[in-house]
Structures are given as structure tokens and as C-alpha cells.
Design a protein around this ligand. Structure first.
Ligand code: ADP
Ligand code: ADP
Length: 225
């Protein structure tokens, strides 16, 4: 169980750019929450604060009671970005296995193989990224993120660069994989579509500085006809 707690979290860049303003939120395991807001509102900043890649100017972030960096070091936290960042000279299998290596976990070739199959890349273990479509590369990136069995999975516009059909397919196929691992998943996006497809909770953020303006359960109630 890795509950994420943000308490009064703010981030000021320099002395005038307030990106995040007094965020109070908690996120529980096994759920996927979308942080939805317009471009430049401070979403990625909030994600980096939760990842421990930056320090808040005020407030605290804790994951299961500890600072995020502690979990990060154990491979308990994975991040996936819009750019899948696969190493072009390595095969899919080696790219996925690299996730464990970077977290200093023992190799687990069986799990690498299994996860590649689960994300729908069976048969592409030995392919290089250049031979894959954009959707397939993002599948590989998600496999690499999940190979450490992270308790926390952070996704920054993961499918933002893909066409609508591919996004829909990935949104169907991939969330069960991290839900099954009981990960606490956070998704940053400016796309209502992506939020509704992937998340079971949507936190709507204001234009900069990011403040919580709504906290909704998905599926959203349908307007009555
Ligand atoms: P979003 O992810 O919602 O598009 P960001 O978190 O990337 O927004 O950025 C929020 C605001 O903070 C923007 O105005 C951006 O220019 C600014 N910002 C982000 N990172 C830095 C940084 N390292 N230094 C200074 N300003 C930054
Ligand atoms: P897309 O390939 O359109 O980006 P998906 O990731 O959903 O979206 O891929 C759909 C399926 O199409 C893949 O699982 C794969 O079986 C097949 N496919 C896509 N590109 C290739 C390719 N270059 N070689 C072989 N099969 C491919």
C-alpha cells in the first residue's frame, strides 16, 4: 500500500512564477487518478514534486509516510513520459529489462518476457524500437515502467503523441496491468478524453498556478435526457 499524500504543496520558480499553489490531495493504491488541466498550469511540476525530482517551496509530499526519494531508490516508483525514451540500440526485451537494472533489482528474464506479452508485444522481444509503431513503443515503455513492480506509477501525457484510435486501444489494454499490481497511478494530461479513458478519478486543476478546482469520480454522471 503506497498512499501518496500532498499537504499544502506549492512550487515557486524564481521569485515570480508560482506553478503549484497549496495542493492538498491523497491518492490510494489500485486507483488511477488523472490530473487534468490546461497546458502550462503546473501539472508536470506537480508530478515532478510527487516523484521527488523537485522539492516543494512549501508543504510536503509523502508516499507511505516517507519522502518520495526513498521509494524511488528502491524502484518502487516509475515514470513514463510522452516520449517513450527507449534506447534505440537495444531490443525491446533489453529496454524492458533495463528498468530492473536501473533500480538495482536482480534480472528476471521470465517476467520481462511475460510483461512484453501482456502489453501486447509478443513476438517483438528482439525488435529494435525503430521497427515499432508509436503505439508499440509506448507499450514497451509501459512494460519497462512496470517491470520493477512499482507501488507508484506516474504517467506524463503518456499517449499524447498518438492518434486517437491507438490511444483508445492502449487505454483499454494497459490500465488493467498496473491495477493488477495494485499500483497507485497518477496521470497528467490536458486531454479530457485521455483522462476519462484511463482514470477512475479526475482532479481538475486551474490555469497556473495549479489549484484543485474539482475532484470527480469516473464514470462521470451522464446528463439526463
Ligand atoms: P504543465 O505540465 O501543466 O504544462 P508545467 O508544470 O510544465 O505545466 O509548467 C508550469 C509553469 O511553470 C509554466 O509557466 C512553466 O513555464 C513554469 N516552469 C516549469 N518548469 C520550470 C523551471 N524548471 N523553471 C522555471 N519555470 C518553470
Ligand atoms: P499502432 O501500431 O497503430 O501504433 P498499437 O500499438 O495498438 O497501435 O498496435 C496495433 C497492432 O498492430 C500491434 O499490436 C501489432 O500487432 C500491429 N503492428 C503495428 N505496427 C506493426 C509493425 N511495424 N510490424 C508488425 N505489426 C505491427
Amino acid at each position: 500500500m503506497a498512499e501518496i499524500a500532498c499537504t499544502g504543496v506549492s512550487k515557486l520558480y524564481g521569485d515570480s512564477i508560482l506553478a503549484v499553489d497549496g495542493i492538498d490531495l491523497t491518492f490510494v493504491s489500485g486507483r488511477t487518478t488523472a490530473l487534468l488541466g490546461p497546458s502550462g498550469c503546473g501539472k508536470s511540476t506537480l508530478l515532478r514534486l510527487i516523484a521527488g525530482l523537485e522539492e516543494p517551496t512549501a508543504g510536503t509530499v509523502s508516499i507511505a509516510g516517507d519522502p518520495p526519494a526513498a521509494l524511488c531508490r528502491r524502484g518502487g516508483l516509475s515514470i513514463a513520459f510522452q516520449d517513450p525514451c527507449l534506447l534505440p540500440w537495444l531490443t525491446v526485451a533489453r529496454n524492458v529489462a533495463l528498468g530492473r537494472k536501473l533500480a538495482r533489482q536482480a534480472p528476471d528474464p521470465q517476467r520481462v518476457d511475460q510483461l512484453i506479452n501482456l502489453v501486447g508485444l509478443g513476438g517483438f522481444q528482439n525488435a529494435r524500437p525503430a521497427a515499432l509503431s508509436g503505439g508499440m513503443r509506448q507499450r514497451a515503455a509501459i512494460a519497462r515502467a512496470l517491470i520493477t513492480r512499482p507501488q507508484v506509477l506516474l504517467l506524463d501525457e503518456p499517449f499524447g503523441a498518438l492518434d486517437a484510435l491507438t490511444r483508445r486501444q492502449l487505454a483499454q489494454d494497459l490500465p488493467p496491468l498496473w491495477q493488477e499490481q495494485d499500483a497507485t497511478a497518477l496521470l497528467v494530461t490536458h486531454s479530457v478524453d485521455e483522462a476519462v479513458m484511463l482514470a477512475d478519478r479526475i482532479v481538475v486543476l486551474s490555469p497556473r498556478p495549479a489549484r484543485v478546482i474539482a475532484d470527480l469520480a469516473v464514470p462521470l454522471p451522464r446528463p439526463r435526457d
